[in-house]
Design a protein around this ligand. Sequence first.
Ligand code: MG
Length: 273
Amino acid sequence: MITLKSPSEIQKLQESADLVSEVHNRLQEIIEPGLPTIELDQLAEKLIRSYGAKPAFKGYRGFPYSVCVSINEQVVHGFPSDRKLRDGDVLSLDIGVHYQGYVGDVARTVGVGAISPEADLLIRRSYQALREAGEQARHGNRIGDVSHAVETLGRQWGYGVVRDFVGHAVGCSMHEDPQVPNYGKPNAGPRIKAGMVLCIEPMFNLGTWEVQVLSDRWTVVTKDRTLSVHVEDMIAVLPDGPKVLSSANGRIYPEEPEPEAAPAVTPAREATN
Ligand code: MG
């Protein structure tokens, strides 16, 4: 069932998004080679509870942690652990909260130390796809317009576009209808209406689009173990256009234009070697 949010509900979702953005900001400050990723989880949970909120992921369908920590070939839903961050890692953090009855759900990917040009470009382009897809979240458009924007850019760049996990609407619950896939046809799917709040979450792989779930039953990795990036914003559909609720962080969100001399991207079909 699709529910439309009133302006006061959108304000609550803005506050939840602000809270998650702030947690992301604080985690960025401690990210460095040598840091065990469990410390990111511990700090996030401490901060979330200090604001009077609750971690939304902890216990969700049995997920044991407050933050999904997905490194390199891990796509989503990775476990924080004693594993130490290394120079060159690509680190995705997905954080959710319940605050004043409303959910905040935001994912950011950053490089640890010095990362490869290929990884840097994958991250920048993932944010670019997120921004451009968000522009399609307009009253009167359809969900397929958002999905198509993500898929078209990902394919144009030669990336594998993950199909097994999708974005979603958000409100009092974390996963509300409609789903927002990263693939689709323009002018197809549910009509977008003012009052919707959508989590748009591109997932791009350097190689194949195919993924696998590890034996811990949560961690999703690329089938060919190539790098993957996941980013997610909360976007409110207002009568006069989309409003990104979660872009509070200029330090994480790369704003520079794409470099002119872009390194070649390995085509997906050759990346299984
Ligand atoms: Mg989400």
